[in-house]
Write a protein that binds this ligand. Structure first.
Ligand code: NI
Length: 249
């Protein structure tokens, strides 16, 4: 069940049988000359929506599609939040979902740059309850889609060279599987992008002129993306089921 394509009585009724909700979360940022700007929010959305198609009992929230992308701001189309804005917004999403009765909130993340801030947000939220010696009415979980069991090893086996860290062939392949009409090409020089530290936007643009880090995204194809989705979907359904069944003290 997708929240944004449901009515409130439908969500109200579903809360009688499930207290878990999956929130795809990512970032809207440059992904090299061929990658879609939405790659990091599209990947968790594509995987979560495919999982919901297989198991309609899965409740999926709208995608939280803007995140920590200040270092990509020297590339057109990138939209970023400050960490403080991101934390405030996640907190309000959690409060809204909790208010309706969702007790287990599972963030399926598509952007490595979001991880530290999401974890800091969880700590801020939990601290409010810890200080007053009360249990929060919810538990939170963060999982990167590539960390779902079996996914990362499948991707690195599929792309043994030029997988890299940003604008990877695996994430671009996942978007190509969902949007094959948007497959793009470009002359990439060098074929495999350089690697280095991530700092501010101008430093990033100078080190990684076309936006990629360590990757050769031209290895991506819609067929390879579908294979990755086919590994990720059952892994997500299992991980969410385990989270839902986890005994709480
Ligand atoms: Ni990405």
């Amino acid at each position: 069940m997708l929240i944004h394509l449901s009515s409130w009585p439908e969500i109200d009724a579903r809360l009688n049988t499930t207290k878990t909700v999956v929130v795809p979360i990512g970032s809207n940022e440059q992904h090299g000359p061929t990658g879609l700007l939405g790659t990091d929010w599209l990947c968790p959305e594509i995987i979560a929506h495919a999982a919901e198609k297989q198991d309609e009992s899965l409740v999926v929230a709208p995608t939280f599609n803007i995140g920590m992308a200040q270092h990509h701001l020297a590339f057109a189309g990138t939209i970023s939040l400050r960490p403080s804005t991101f934390m405030a917004a996640i907190t309000d999403w959690v409060s809204s979902l909790s208010r309706h009765g969702f007790e287990r909130i599972y963030f399926l993340n598509g952007h490595g740059g979001n991880v530290a801030t999401i974890e800091a947000t969880f700590a801020e939220i939990y601290a409010e309850w810890s200080f007053v010696e009360e249990q929060p009415p919810f538990v939170l979980k963060l999982k990167n889609w590539w960390d779902l069991p079996g996914v990362h090893s499948f991707c690195t086996k599929m792309f043994p060279t030029g997988h890299g860290m940003h604008a990877t062939p695996s994430e671009i392949a996942v978007t190509q599987a969902a949007y094959p009409e948007l497959v793009k090409t470009a002359d990439l020089d060098p074929k495999i992008a350089p690697v280095g530290p991530i700092r501010d936007a101008l430093d990033y643009r100078a080190r990684f002129p076309d936006g990629r880090i360590g990757s050769d995204p031209l290895q991506a194809s819609p067929e390879k993306g579908q294979q990755i989705i086919d590994v990720a979907v059952p892994a997500l359904l299992r991980d969410v089921a385990d989270f839902s069944a986890e005994a709480l003290p």
